[in-house]
Ligand binder design. Sequence first.
Ligand code: 5AD
Ligand code: SF4
Length: 489
Amino acid sequence: MTDRLDIEVADAAGAANVKADPPKRKVFTRTYGCQMNVYDSERMNDVLAPQGYSVTEDLADADLVILNTCHIREKAAEKVYSELGRIRKVKEERALAGKDMMVGVAGCVAQAEGEEISRRAPIVDMVFGPQSYHRLPKLLEEAASGKKVVETEFDIDAKFEHLSERAARPVQKRPPAAFLTVQEGCDKFCTFCVVPYTRGAEVSRSVAQIVAEAEQMAAGGVREITLLGQNVNGWHGEAPDGKTWGLGRLLRRLSEIDGLDRLRYTTSHPRDMDDELIDAHRDLKTLMPYLHLPVQSGSDKILAAMNRKHTRDEYFRLIDRIREASPDIAMSCDFIVGFPGETDQDFEDTMDLIRRVEYGSAFSFKYSQRPGTPGATMADQVPEDVKSARLAELQALVTSQQTAFNASRLGMTCDVLFERKGRNPGQLVGKSPWLQPVPVDAPEALIGTIQAVEIVEIGSNSLFGRLVAGHHASNGSSHDVIKEAAFDA
Ligand code: 5AD
Ligand code: SF4
C-alpha cells in the first residue's frame, strides 16, 4: 500500500536561485499493521521525494528500504525479523555489484525495541519510532556518515507541525480515497495492548490543521477521507470558535468541504461514542453507514480484566442507539479470544454477543502476551490449542454473519466510489457505502467518480455490480437511493 500517485514536488525556488537536483534514488517501503502505518508510510515517501527518492516496488532496485512495523501482536514483530533476513541477502547481492543499500526500521516495533533491532539485525542502519519520520532527511544524513541511528523520542507536536506545513504546500494529485490522521496515541490502557506505550498519550490535532489538510486533499481529487486515530472518537480539538469540539462536530465541519463526498473514521472506543457523534450518523449524508467499534469480549468479567471500562449491556444499549440513528449501518468489530482467565462460559458470552449484534464484518485474534502490558503477567493464561479452537468457532460465526449481510445487498442500487482498475480488463474496483470492494465493468475514466451501481452477485468479501444506466451520482446524490433500497429489503 505504498503506491503513490504522481507527486509533483513543487519547487518554490526561482530561476535565480536554482539548487542542484539531489541524486536520483529509489525507496522501497513495506508497511505492516494498521491504517495509520499506511498513512505514515505515504508521508515518509512525501518527505523523501525532495531528497531525490522515488518509490520502487522492487526490493533489489532500492537504495533505501524502510520497514514500517507493527507491534500489536507477536507474529507481526517476528515477520519483521524474517523480512530483515531476506533483505540482508539482497543487500549482499547489491554490494557485489558495487551498489549500496540503506535499511531503516520504523513504526511501533522500532519504538518498542529500539537498539535491540540493530543488535539482532546488524544490517539495520536506522531505527526510528512513529513520531520521528518527518526527521528522515536528517536521520539519513547521520546514517550515511556511518552512525547507527536510533531515534525513539515522543515528539508528536513536531510531527503534527510537519503535517501542517505539508498542507500549506501546492496541491498534489491524490487517490480518490485517502487517510487523514486526526489523533494519535491512547490513554485507555486496555491490559492487553501495547499502543499506549508505543504511540504514547492521546494527542489531537486542531480543527484548523485538519480542515486545511482535508481541503488540500479534496482539491487534489480526494473524494473520500477516513479520519484515523488509535482512539479516533476520543479526538477533541481546539476549534476556531475558541471551543473544544468532539468528533461529531468535526465531521459536520468536514462535510461542508466541496468535493468531499464521503467520510469515515476508525478506530473507535465504545466509551467515547457520544450523542453528537451518533447524531452525525443520522444527519450527515457524507458519513458512510459503517462503524468499526471493537468490543473485544462479550463477558463482563473479561471486559473488566481487560480494563475496557464498559459492560456488555452498555455496549448493547450503544448499538441500539447507533442503529436507531442509522438503521442501515454495517457494524464491524475486533475480538480477542483466550485473554487470561477466559473460561468456556466467558467465550460463550462473546459468541452470544456476536449473535445478538449481527456484524457486517469483524476481525478476531488469539490473545498474545505483549511484554510490558499487565495482561502478559496475569495468571490463568489460556493454552494455545484452546485459543485456536475458540478462534475457529468465532470466525465461522462472523463469516456467516458477513455472508448474510452481503447477501442482503443483492439487488440493491448503491453509490460506489471507483478507486482503481480491477483484476480483469475493463473492470474497475470501488467501495460500497458499507466498505465492501465492488468490482464493476466500467471505463477507466470513471476512476475518482461516484456512480450508481446495482449489486448483481455476492462474493465472499466483494459485491459484484453493474453500472445503472442513466444514474450519474458523481455528487453523491444517489445515497438516497441506497437508503430507500435498504429499507425495502
Ligand atoms: N493480543 C491479541 N490481539 C490484540 N489486539 C491488540 N492487542 C492484542 C493482543 N495483545 C487486537 C485488538 C485490537 C486490534 C487492533 O488488535 O482486538 O482492537
Ligand atoms: Fe489499545 Fe485500543 Fe485499548 Fe487504546 S483503546 S489501549 S489502542 S485496544
